[in-house]
Structures are given as C-alpha cells and as structure tokens.
Ligand binder design. Structure first.
Ligand code: APR
Ligand code: PHB
Length: 409
C-alpha cells in the first residue's frame, strides 16, 4: 500500500487530520488498532474551545455538534461551601466553550471519513514506523491476520500515549518531561439531568469533584431540517471524584459515589445533587507528559502521542486539534509553495501552545485537588489562591482566557 500521509490512530487527532487532508485534496490512510464500536464508546472529556469548534465546522464536521452541543458561558468554582461563577464572555471579550463529548466528535468524523474520505482501517495495528529519517517512511502493520507495509511520504503518529510511533524516535534525539499525580478520577455517567446548567469544579477537604454533562444519544439528521439546540434538561450527568491512585472503580458502590459527591459539592444555599442510575464507571490516571521534539525526520507526532495533560481543564482534545491543524497547514503550504518552512517549524509551533496548556492544566489540578500528604499550610494556600481568583478580576481573567483557549500556531 502507498499513500502521501500515513496516519496511525483514529482518535480525534488522527480522524480530524484525515478530514483536513481530504478537504485539502491530499490522500491519506488511517490505521486504527481497535474496532469501530470500541472507538465510538470511549468516554473522554467534552469541552471544545472556540478554536476547535471553528475548525470542526470549517472541515464540514459541525452539523451534529451545532445541533447538540451546548454553549457554556462560564463555570462554577466551589470551595468552603461557597459558589463563584466565572463569566467567560465578560472576562475574555466574548469567548465561550462548547460542551460536546469527544466520543461524539469521533463518531461524526468516522461517519464522514467512511462516506467521503480515504481508507480508514479498523483492527489494523501499527507494529513499527521505519525509515523516519529517509524520504520514504513506512508503517509496518497487521490487518486481518496478515502483516503489510504502508509506504508514505510522511507518517503522523496520532496513536495516543501507548502507541508505537514515538518509539521510532531514537532516545538520543528526544527529551521527555513528565509528572505523575498520586490520585486519579473516578468518572461516572448517570442517567439523570445535570444538577447545574454549567460545569462545577469543587475543591473540598475530602478531595476534588467535578460536575459535567453529556448530550443524549441522538442520530444524524438531514441537514435541511431545522436546527434547534437541545435543552440542558435533555442531557445526562457526567461526574468525577478524586480518588487515590490505583483505585478500582468497582470498589465503589453507586450509593457510596452519590454520598461522596454530595459531600464534596455541599453549599450554604439550597443547591441539591440529583441522583440517578449510574450507567458507566471508570478510573482515569492523571499525568503530565511532553515529548520533545514532536518531529523526527518525516515522522510527526500529534495529540496524546506527544503530550498528556491531566484532565482538569479539559485541554487534551483541544491540543490534539491544534497539532493536526498545524500539520495540515504546513503540508498544504509545502505543496503550494514548495517551501518546507512550516513543516520544519511544526514541533516548535505546537510546543508553544502545548506548554501553555501544560501549565494551565497543572495549575488547575494543584489548585483543586487535595494531595494525600497535603499539610495544613498547603490547605490554607489553596484556599488563599481560590480567594484571590474569586476576588480579583485580573486573576479570574487569566483563568477564563486559558480555559476558553489559546490561538493555534
Ligand atoms: N496502531 C494503530 N492504532 C493505534 C495503535 C497502534 N499501534 N496504538 C494506539 N492506537 C490508536 C488507539 O486505539 C486510539 O484509537 O490510536 C488512537 C489514539 O487516540 P487517542 O488516545 O484518543 O489520542 P488522540 O487522538 O491524540 O486524542 C487526544 O484523547 O486521550 C484523549 O484526553 C485526550 O482528549 C485527548 C485526546
Ligand atoms: C468532562 O465532561 O468529561 C470533563 C469536563 C471538564 C473537565 C474534564 C472533563 O475539566
């Protein structure tokens, strides 16, 4: 098999890249190790920055997102039984975010790719990237029980943190920056409308909690039909609890989860948490990770293959989008002008934005989680930071700007 761009991985990074290249008239092949049902069921964060929304729309992948996505103009910070709303448009000159699950973004992009795009092979596992330093890099892969080779002009590793692409970069040519956290998130999906119409980030002595939401499952509708957004009441609850590292999700009964959420979201007013049947339960580890550079020869890394942020602040998907937009632009520029200048700047361009998101995600994590060995001094500092954030417009604007997103490139 031969193609211009070999894409490893059909997460949001690989799928969007395939779409952007298709729109630009550049052929690509996507290899995904899992099956379609698995990719479409994977639950991940669901906050799209304005820039991400614009890119998906321009790529023709915004129909369902515009119909089902919910625009959010703020978040609530909750601590010491107090509630504080951060008003994004007022603090950023009009910016907001869209609540639309990553799973849904993937479903939309898969449907488009299968209808209009080039090959997208499920259950095709990349085994290795070879010849990254040559003009003809190759991906060795296994599909339907056979080993095969995909010959490319460029390979983009969009295969997530556990993928194989990064391994093709020799240790001497790379540097890794990493931080792990002694806690994780127990995430649940509950069949009950969200208890608040915006996201709630809670700092509590017992640990962090987050209230988010997911759209109800809705199919694609014919574009000519009237587009109306769905009310928040039709959404279901997505909730998270900080738990010790290595926690088994099944060790928590549904009742224990609701009781603990209730405690951590406690307020001085009459706010109440709505309970309902829990339909999904899982634990996510927390990590910060950056692999520099994001390019080696003709192998480019994008998304989680190159960097991980802890989920506080929901930057993972938005970073992946920034990377593939940068790559697609750079390759288009090279084909139109013959200049490799943007491709050569790929790693540097992406890393500037990556490190801003790393900083923000780390700050949000440290601000809101309680480390198992936190001292009383650190507890007081955390509260003082929250006081500062909720009483200074400058501090609040800093959070709002980062949350709603930094420009690509
Ligand atoms: N061969 C083919 N596919 C692979 C291989 C392999 N050897 N290894 C991994 N994959 C696939 C995975 O099955 C997955 O579908 O690569 C895909 C990587 O997708 P993601 O992990 O979703 O990563 P990315 O597309 O970079 O998206 C980043 O995902 O992890 C979240 O929060 C993160 O929102 C962020 C987003
Ligand atoms: C989610 O809805 O899954 C979510 C939202 C915001 C975050 C993290 C996760 O900061």
């Amino acid at each position: 098999m031969r193609t211009t761009v070999g894409i490893i991985g059909a997460g949001p990074a690989g799928l969007l890249l395939a779409r952007l290249l298709h729109v630009a008239g550049i052929d690509a092949v996507v290899l995904e190790s899992r099956d379609r049902a698995y990719v479409e069921r994977r639950q991940r964060a669901g906050i799209l920055e304005q820039g991400t929304v614009d890119v998906l729309r321009a790529a023709g992948a915004g129909e369902r997102m515009d119909r089902v996505g919910l625009r959010h103009d703020g978040i609530e910070l909750r601590y010491a039984r107090r509630r504080h709303r951060v008003d994004f448009p007022a603090l950023t000159g009009g910016k907001s975010v869209l609540v639309y699950a990553q799973t849904e973004v993937c479903k939309d992009l898969i449907a488009l790719q299968l209808e209009q795009g080039g090959p997208l092979l499920f259950e095709a596992e990349a085994l290795a990237v070879e010849g990254a330093e040559s003009d003809r890099p190759r991906v060795r892969f296994r599909h339907e029980g056979r080993e095969d080779v995909l010959e490319c002009d460029y390979v983009v590793g969009c295969d997530g943190f556990w993928g194989v692409a990064r391994k093709a970069v020799p240790a001497g040519a790379a540097r890794v920056f990493e931080r792990t956290y002694p806690f994780g998130w127990l995430g649940v999906l509950a069949d009950v409308p969200p208890s608040h119409d915006e996201l709630v980030y809670a700092r509590h002595d017992r640990g962090f909690a987050l209230l988010s939401m997911r759209p109800p499952s809705v199919g694609r509708r014919h574009p000519s039909e009237e587009v109306a957004s769905l009310p928040v009441e039709s959404f279901v609850s997505r909730l998270y609890l900080q738990v010790p590292e290595g926690t088994d999700a099944e060790a928590w009964s549904d009742e224990q989860i609701w009781d603990e959420l209730e405690r951590r979201f406690e307020t001085d007013d009459d706010w109440t948490l709505r309970r309902g049947p829990i339909t999904r339960k899982s634990v996510t580890a927390m990590r910060s990770f950056v692999h520099e550079p994001m390019r080696h020869g003709r192998l480019f890394l994008a998304g989680d293959a190159a960097h991980i942020v802890p989920p506080t602040g929901a930057k993972g998907l938005n970073l992946a989008v920034g990377d593939v937009v940068t790559f697609a632009r750079a390759l288009t520029h090279q084909r139109e002008t013959g200049s490799a200048e943007l491709l050569d700047a790929y790693s540097e361009t992406c890393l500037r934005r990556v490190w801003q998101a790393e900083r923000f995600s780390y700050d949000m994590t440290v601000l809101l989680h309680r480390a198992p060995d936190a001292t009383p001094f650190e507890d007081r500092l955390q509260l003082a930071r929250l006081e500062r954030l909720t009483s200074s417009r400058a501090a609040e604007a800093d959070l709002a700007e980062a949350y709603t997103g930094f420009a690509f490139g």
